[in-house]
Design a protein. Structure first.
Length: 42
């Protein structure tokens, strides 16, 4: 996330949200996603 924010010209990431969900038989896998808002702080 930090690298993508830098690529977009931002220098900070706000409002980071982490979500997870179990998948597969008997919940054998875990899918994790992270999102945030890239901003330029002066």
């Amino acid at each position: 996330m930090e690298e993508e924010a830098k690529r977009l010209g931002a220098n900070a990431v706000l409002s980071v949200d982490l979500d997870y969900e179990t998948l597969g038989q008997n919940g054998g896998m875990l899918m994790v996603s992270a999102s945030g808002t890239a901003v330029l702080v002066e």
